[in-house]
Design a protein around this ligand. Structure first.
Ligand code: GDD
Length: 440
């Protein structure tokens, strides 16, 4: 029997994802029509002997219960249990795993996966598991790894490993100078003995703090601002395990990216739509040119790949795609053109409006003949292994870096206005055009 843990962090972790994280927790942001971590759950559910998925984070229970209920219902026939376990405070990338160790160990699983909730991939979990099973019995953790450019590797965990057997000899988290172009994807399979290592870290911390067990849960119980239960997986577990024949890496050539900024959502949306072609073609809208309402199999003119929620209303003369996801209850008027964008639930795009490289927030309205356009921040196609850059919002001169255009929830853009490379906070009613601005 196998289990999986999905680490989702908590509210203040999604700041680079604003304004989208203001109304939806980042782990629930929809990509290709499904919440970010529903893609993780779907990948886990493919494993025949996986029985439980534990989502660990410090979002309030109330923010996760609807999603968890939906997932439980979806996977109940596959006999997979899905639960949300809330940390009382941020316990770091390994503290939650240790705190909830009894829940992970219950039922005596053979191994468990750990997936960072903010990565996007096709998650080759079966290969990862097989790889781990074929390592020596000393193996505690196998890391899924991919290659990045030398420059970009500094933003990730970097690993040096034996190309023949995958044994990691050196692991450095976000090094200040070049270590390796092989990076940690934030996807792991762990043997159950990893809890012995976590226990040692936890108890050595207890001695350091001169106390046992958790502190009072207010984040400063140990006197130095950190919970005793706070454990950093990368620095406190992976780094010391390197070079001991207990840590392994499996390099994968597959697509992988992180969801850190809103701009990276457009890129991930495109890839998840692309994956549907292979895994769930029925989720994609039929492709073709619609000549009139009579063209029954087409919603409108669709350039691949496009996802349209069944409850959306799309006028037959609209043109959608490539790489568009339209959420529940969205209304799209005649002559609308949308490319490389995500339109969230209940938004309205009125007649003849153009939306490019943008995210339109829940319940927002864009008037007729408007133009909403952003600048993509895709990986450089000329650099092998390049990943998405996650540039800060502002450059050194304090100017907004070119970005996709984002409308927070319930924004109103009047007819015939132009919105370029701008970010609009929720509930704003715009009265004019904007370019390169954050509208607060
Ligand atoms: N439950 C819980 N509690 N989850 C947490 C906590 C916590 O206190 N802190 C972070 N997480 C979750 C985040 O929500 C995210 O999904 C994941 O753990 C990674 O945490 P980050 O702190 O955002 O790390 P990172 O993304 O900069 O780097 C990590 O991921 C990279 C791959 O995406 C590292 O593991 C890198 O080595 C790796 O390359």
């Amino acid at each position: 029997m196998l289990k999986a843990v999905i680490l989702i962090g908590g509210p203040q972790k999604g700041t680079r994802f604003r304004p989208l994280s203001l109304d939806t927790p980042k782990p629930l942001f929809p990509l290709a029509g499904r919440p970010l971590i529903a893609h993780h759950i779907e990948a886990c559910a493919q494993l025949r002997d996986l029985r439980e998925i534990l989502i660990i984070g410090y979002y309030p229970q109330t923010q996760m219960e609807g999603f968890v209920g939906d997932m439980q219902a979806l996977y109940s026939s596959s006999n997979i249990n899905i639960r949300y376990l809330q940390e009382f405070t941020a316990l770091g990338t390994a503290g939650g795993m240790y705190h909830f160790r009894d829940q992970i160990r219950a039922g005596n699983p053979r191994a468990f996966f750990v997936l960072n909730g903010d990565v996007c991939a096709d998650f080759p979990l079966q290969e990862l598991r097989d790889f781990h099973e074929n390592r020596p019995s000393s193996a505690l953790v196998t890391i899924m790894s991919t290659e990045a450019t030398r420059q970009q590797s500094l933003h990730y965990g970097c690993l040096v490993f034996d190309k023949n057997n995958g044994a990691v000899s050196h692991y450095v988290e976000k090094p200040s100078s070049y270590v390796s172009t092989f990076i940690n994807c934030g996807v792991y399979v762990c043997s159950m003995d990893i809890f012995t290592v976590l226990a040692q870290i936890f108890h050595s911390r207890g001695q350091e703090y001169g106390c046992q067990g958790f502190s009072n849960g207010n984040g400063n119980g140990n006197g130095n601002g950190r919970e005793q239960g706070h454990i950093k997986w990368e620095q406190e577990v992976l780094t010391p395990l390197a070079g001991t024949d207990k840590l392994f890496a499996m390099p994968v050539p597959n697509w992988w990216s992180q969801l850190k900024t809103a701009g990276s959502a457009i890129y991930a949306n495109r890839h998840y739509l692309g994956l549907y072609k292979k895994t769930h073609p029925e989720r994609l809208a039929n492709v073709g040119t619609k000549h009139g309402e009579g063209d029954g199999s087409l919603i409108c003119t669709v350039l691949p790949d496009v996802y349209v929620h069944p409850s959306a209303t799309v006028h037959h003369s609209a043109v959608l795609g490539p790489n568009v996801a339209i959420g529940p209850g969205v209304t799209i008027g005649p002559g609308v053109r949308i490319r490389e964008s995500i339109v969230l639930e209940q938004a309205q795009i009125q007649d003849h409006t153009l939306v490019l490289h943008s995210i339109v927030g829940r319940g927002s309205t864009i008037g007729a003949w408007a133009r909403v356009e952003g600048t993509p921040s895709d990986p450089d196609p000329n650099k092998p292994f390049a990943k998405m850059e996650n540039p800060p919002l502002f450059n050194n001169e304090g100017k907004l870096n070119p970005s996709i255009t984002i409308l927070g929830c319930f924004v109103q853009v009047p007819a015939e206005k132009i919105l370029l490379n701008s970010i609009v906070l929720p509930h704003k009613e715009l009265s004019r055009s904007f370019k390169n601005e954050i509208i607060l």
